[in-house]
Design a protein around this ligand. Sequence first.
Ligand code: TRP
Ligand code: SF4
Length: 333
Amino acid sequence: MKQRIMSGMRPTGKLHLGHYLGVIDNWVKLQDDYDCFYQVADWHALTTKYDKTENLRQDILDVVMDWLACGINPDKSTLYVQSLVPETAELHIYLSMITPQNWVERDPTLKDMAKILKSKEGMGTQVNYGLMGYPVLMTADILLFNADFVPVGIDQVAHVELSRDIARRFNYVYNTDFFKEPQPKLNNCSLICGLDGNKMGKSFNNDIKISDTEEVTAKKIMTAITDRSRIRKDDPGHPDECEVAYKYWKIFGGENEIEQVATECKAGARGCADCKRKLGAKINERMAEIRKRRKYYEEHPEIVETIIKDGSEKARIEAQKTLAKVRELVKMY
Ligand code: TRP
Ligand code: SF4
C-alpha cells in the first residue's frame, strides 16, 4: 500500500510561478510514489472572504485548470473541492471539541492573518469564529484521509505542526492510535521572488501567471530589477547584486547558460535589456507545454467540471470510511 499525501490550496484565482515552482511542481512529482489527495480549499477561502464570493466558482476552476496544466493527473491523484466533501465539516466538529482554545490562539500564521485583517477597512476586518478554526479545519482536511505527509510551502508548516498535536490529542482522548501524525513535506526548490524583488504575490502586482501569454511574460520580465548600480550596458555588472533577473536565470537556465550569463555580465559584454529578452524567451520555453495544456482546458471547461465532480466523489468514499471509524471511536449514536 502506498503512503498517503494530502494537500490543498485556497481558490485565489489564477496561480503564478511562485505556486508552480514552490508547490505544484512538487505535487506533480509525488503522484507516482504516493496516493495523493489534492484539494481546493473553498471553505478556507470563506474564512476571510465570506462577503466576496461572486468569483468563487471561477476562481476554483482557474486553480484546477492551472493544476492540470502543470501536470497534476486526475488518473493518478484525487483532485477535489473541499465543500463537495462535506464529511470534512463533520470531522471538523469532533476535532474542534478536543482542541484547546489556546492552541489555535498561538498559531503564528493565524496571528498574521488576523493582523492583516485588522489593518484593513470595512467589512470583514473582525476575526470571526470561522477564522479561529482555520487550522482545525485544515487538520480535518488532512486527517480525513489519514495522510502520512503534507507537502506545503514554508508558510503553512505551523498549521501542519498543530494538526500533529490535534491528531495526538484525539488518539489520547479516545484511547486509540487511529490517526497518524501527519508530517510536513517541504520541497527543495528555491523560492522565486516577484519582479520587484519582494515575495511574489497576486496582490503585489509583481507576479507572472502560469496562464500569462508569451507576450505578457516577455513584457513583465523586462520590468525585472537588475543590478541597480549599473548605468550603461557596457559597464561591468554584478550578477550577485542583480536582484531579480539573475536569480530567475538560476532557476530557469541550464548550468552552462547561467555561467555564461555571469561571465558576460561581469565583462560588460551583455546589456540588461538584452539579457532580460533572452530570459523571457527562456521562461516561455519552459512554460510552453503547460500553457498549451491550460488553453485546452480553458476551451473545455466541461472536462474540468467532470474531473472535479468525479474526484470529489472518489474523495467522499474515502472520507466516509474515516468518519465511520471516528463516530465509532467518539461513541456517537
Ligand atoms: N491553508 C492552505 C493554504 O492557504 C490550504 C489548505 C487547506 C491546506 N487545507 C489544507 C494545505 C490541507 C495542506 C493541507 O495554502
Ligand atoms: Fe542582471 Fe543580466 Fe543585467 Fe547582469 S546583464 S545585471 S545578470 S540582467
